[in-house]
Design a protein around this ligand. Structure first.
Ligand code: ATP
Ligand code: MG
Ligand code: MG
Ligand code: MG
Length: 478
């Protein structure tokens, strides 16, 4: 028999066709005659009209929600509303039965919590099928953007001995059985020797390694899994997430902002061009959800409008100092009361402040730059004022921080002094310091959390819903 054709291609066919074969999973079966078949290629089901008079009763009974079936017949014009074609089935084969009583994904509205407990099956629903296709297209767009610009894709290590950046947030890696870990003289487990006699962790970022490659290849990007022992339950943090980290030699902070903005706009546009049906579906789903909210809490823009807004408007670039003035001005008792008051220059912004700036004040994505040195990482370039660093965070509506980046400190002496002040071991980072000894130059880069991007593009609100199998505390079984 001929190979089966994907439903998406059948629905996009320019003409009717004789003898096609489709394989997929039954969504619904109406009136003992109409199968809504989905094969994951598109949000749309194809209607398959079963010749029930000539199909054995036994077979008809087995056409249940979730069953895998193969249908063969003609692709004909459909009289039904909203569909161009349907399959007039001549031959129907049940490939895999599904006990409809027990199948958890019956076509009705499920809570997202329920679906999360069924991460292996939720992708059979319209919403998760759409989210996963959008995620896949966005991942391709990431590579497309950087590759067409001549960036080199670098895979930085997942297991690493360096922990200067993420102390306290790192998962340790051990190669030894847990009951046989090396002990020190006091008899306590010596975690410094758990990886074949060396201490290692799962990476929290590939930046430091990436920098060394940028200082040879010019422009590089990483795109891989990143791990943080975030022992808290927020809707924006995962213990395992994917990060995109470009790093560019000879780029300063302004170039870095330009790159980040251009990149984000490009991938969003790419998703809009290649996932129109899925995004339209997700927008409709959100509009339904909004109806149940009080007027004041409803979002001002529908999903596609929100995405278009990001494409058509420059991100607002605001210094940390300006942002603090704005926040001070509106507290207390003026426009807005924060749980955590910002009174002083130097305080770190909490997500309530970030969201206020983006959602209420600027009503636009915001790039905040020139943060106080003491609230940012050691490797960021110190400004001439001696108090601020060339850091930038990009803040998005509904998300908060989506990007963290900076121009890196390229001056050996300044970097070493900074490390000393923070108690960071120079010996451990000897290889990193080498880039400042041999041909150092201005360079910059950023990290973008891929799931936060997918959140924004799909309009979802919990990060657990945009990754296949979310890793969070108490959630690592499968
Ligand atoms: P946050 O303030 O939200 O905790 P961060 O400042 O700790 O983020 P960075 O170290 O700047 O994060 O990492 C770069 C980007 O990686 C962030 O801007 C964000 O998009 C993403 N990110 C960081 N931590 C997580 C996480 N636990 N889960 C998902 N994405 C994350
Ligand atoms: Mg964090
Ligand atoms: Mg942050
Ligand atoms: Mg950050």
């Amino acid at each position: 028999m001929r190979r089966h054709t994907r439903v998406k291609d059948l629905l996009n066919s320019t003409n009717t066709l004789h003898e096609v074969n489709a394989k997929g999973w039954v969504r619904t079966f109406r009136n003992n005659q109409f199968i809504a078949l989905n094969d994951g290629s598109t949000i749309h089901n194809i209607q398959c009209v079963v010749d029930f008079e000539n199909t054995p009763e036994e077979t008809l009974k087995r056409i249940t929600t979730g069953a895998a079936v193969s249908v063969t017949g003609d692709l004909v014009e459909s009289k039904g509303a909203g569909q161009k074609y349907e399959i007039q089935v001549r031959k129907l084969e049940i490939l895999g039965d599904s006990d409809a009583e027990k199948f958890p994904m019956q076509p009705k509205k499920h809570s997202l919590e329920f679906l999360r407990e069924n991460a292996h099956l939720r992708v059979r629903t319209n919403a998760f099928g759409a989210i996963m296709r959008v995620r896949s297209v966005l991942a391709f767009a990431v590579h497309h953007y950087f590759q067409q610009k001549g960036f080199v894709y670098v895979n930085t290590p997942i297991i690493t001995g360096a922990d200067a950046e993420g102390a306290g947030e790192m998962f340790q890696v051990t190669a030894l059985p847990l009951d046989n870990l090396p002990k020190n003289e006091e008899g306590n487990i010596d975690y410094k020797k758990d990886f074949f006699g060396q201490h290692t962790n799962l990476t929290v970022s590939g930046q430091l390694e990436g920098e060394t490659f940028a200082m040879a290849l010019g422009q590089i990007y990483t795109f891989g899994p990143t791990f943080r022992a975030e022992n808290s339950n927020t809707s924006r943090h995962l213990a395992e997430f994917w990060m995109i980290e470009p790093e560019v030699a000879f780029n300063n902070l302004d170039d870095n902002m330009d790159l980040a903005e251009d990149f984000i706009q490009y991938v969003i546009k790419y998703a809009m061009d290649h996932c129109a049906d899925d995004l339209k579906f997700l927008e409709g789903r959100l509009l339904e959800e909004e109806k149940s909210k009080p007027q004041a809490e409803r979002s001002e823009m529908a999903l596609l409008e929100k995405l278009n807004f990001v494409l058509e408007n420059n991100f607002k670039r605001v210094s940390y100092t300006e942002a603090i003035d704005i926040l001070r001005d509106c507290t207390p008792n003026k426009k807005k009361k924060f749980q955590y008051l910002i009174n002083e220059w130097g305080a770190d912004l909490q997500s309530e402040h970030e969201r206020y700036l983006v959602e209420k004040h600027f009503k636009s994505p915001v790039i905040l730059f020139d943060y106080p040195a003491n609230i940012k990482a050691f490797y960021m370039r110190l400004n001439e004022d001696g108090k601020t660093v060339r850091a930038m965070d990009i803040l998005f509506p509904g998300i908060g921080e989506i990007v963290g980046g900076s121009q890196r400190e390229e001056r050996f002496d300044v970097l070493v002094e900074k490390m000393k002040a923070l108690g960071i071991d120079e010996e451990e980072l000897w290889w990193y310091l080498d880039t400042r000894k041999f041909g150092s130059a201005v360079h910059s880069g950023f990290g973008l959390g891929f799931e936060r991007l997918v959140l924004f593009v799909t309009g979802m609100t919990n990060i657990r819903d945009v990754i296949a199998f979310p890793r969070t505390p108490q959630n690592a079984d499968f």
